[in-house]
Design a binder for this molecule. Structure first.
Ligand code: PLP
Length: 385
């Protein structure tokens, strides 16, 4: 079946008891056992829940994986992966990653005696040189966050495997509509389901999908032992989100591409970072690695300083000033003070997260309205400068 059909039908079979076309929401925390010491498919909702299972099954099919796991948030999903490591291990992360992941790695993971290195994974020579004999995990985002840098997933997987490490890809920005990292050789794909999968700014969730049963078993063990599972209501909403994921992502990406071209011509914009633009350093790779569109996230550098960017981000009306992304509502933010405030200032400077950088999550509103909103924000925020 095609992607869109699987998004609606795999794992979402009708209820055998009632014929309901939408599988029922199972809120039970515990399940009656056939006998003492005998186990049915479900026994306790931390260990497994039918509504969560439906979501995990659909997402795993869309990513082409061997199995999926639903979590309470994107960070809980990443933490589960990190929990496979032990003291003395080394994790190599891309330099263009979500600020919360940076914080987890630098302020929690390191406490356990795990070494953390950041590297520009778009440069394969730099990536190769950054491995140590202790490297067990490479963690990337493509497109990256907030600069939308594109990493060659197949090449990174190859390098990681040659060094005996796993490759994990946070594919929140791309979604399985545009990139399927497991097909490129990655071992683990992760999503903040809070974003495009939910798609309506009304749920928190995370997910992992893996290429191999052995990895699934290990991650499942950690998830069950630590407990940050996705709740049934969130799983129900996430499954509903998956059904329209392709439509939303393609439509929002088309609007983002138009806005990127418009912004590129704007005199107050120094540089637009959008992989669909031919001058983006990852454009050719993105054309090969992404499936027919370049996503609905875009960033741009304003001609102006921190305060100018702050004024601009506060001047839009349709684009709401908020962290998060991936929903039908368009959002605007200043990474230096918001999504990437957890980066050390030196790392922000080093990796190009400038004070004048603005990040947009382009929603499902009409292009003309979004463009008009940005135009009025330019007029209003630059008038005194
Ligand atoms: C790319 C990316 N990964 C992970 C996360 C974390 O997800 P959550 O907020 O659901 O924990 C975010 C949140 O903004 C994100 O943007």
């Amino acid at each position: 079946m095609e992607f869109r059909t699987r998004a609606i039908h795999v794992g979402q079979e009708k209820c055998p008891q009632t014929g309901a076309v939408v599988p029922p929401l199972h809120v039970a925390s515990t399940f009656v056992q056939p006998g003492a010491g005998e186990w049915g498919e479900y026994d306790y909702s931390r260990s497994g829940n039918p509504t969560r299972k439906s979501f995990e099954t659909t997402l795993s099919s869309l990513e082409g994986g061997q199995g999926g796991l639903g979590f309470a948030s994107g960070m809980a999903a990443i933490h589960c992966v990190i929990s496979m490591l032990q003291a003395g291990d080394h994790v190599l992360a891309g330099s263009d990653i979500y600020g919360g992941t940076y914080r987890l790695l630098h302020q929690i993971t390191q406490r356990a005696g795990i070494e953390v290195g950041l590297v520009d994974t778009t440069d394969l020579a730099q990536l190769e040189a950054a491995f140590t004999p202790a490297t067990k995990l490479v963690w990337i985002e493509s497109p990256g966050n907030p600069r939308l840098m594109i990493t060659d997933i197949a090449a990174a997987a190859d390098l990681a495997h040659r060094q005996g490490a796993l490759l994990g890809v946070d594919s929140t920005f791309a979604t399985p509509v545009l990139t399927r990292p497991l097909e490129c050789g990655a071992d683990i794909v992760m999503h903040a389901a809070t974003k495009y999968i939910g798609g309506h700014s009304d749920l928190m969730g995370g997910a992992l999908v893996v290429a191999e049963q052995r990895l699934y078993d290990e991650l499942y063990f950690i998830q069950n032992a630590t407990g940050a599972i996705m709740g049934p209501w969130e799983a129900f909403l996430a499954s509903r989100g998956l059904k329209t994921l392709e439509l939303r992502v393609r439509e929002q990406s088309a609007t983002a591409a138009h806005l990127a071209s418009w912004l590129q011509q704007h005199p107050q914009v120094q540089r637009v970072l959008y992989p669909g633009l031919p001058d983006h350093p990852g454009h050719r790779l993105a054309t090969r690695q992404m499936d027919g569109a370049y996503g609905a996230m875009l960033s741009f550098e304003l001609a102006g300083d921190y305060d100018q960017a702050k004024r601009f981000a506060e001047a839009t009306q349709l684009f709401q000033l908020a962290v998060s992304l991936g929903a039908v509502e368009s959002l605007i933010e200043q990474p230096a003070s918001m999504s990437h405030a957890s980066y050390a200032a030196a790392d922000r400077a080093r990796y190009g997260i400038t004070d004048g950088l603005i990040r947009l999550s382009v929603g499902l509103e009409a292009y003309e309205d979004l463009r008009a909103d940005l135009a009025q924000a330019f007029t209003e925020s630059f008038q005194d400068s």
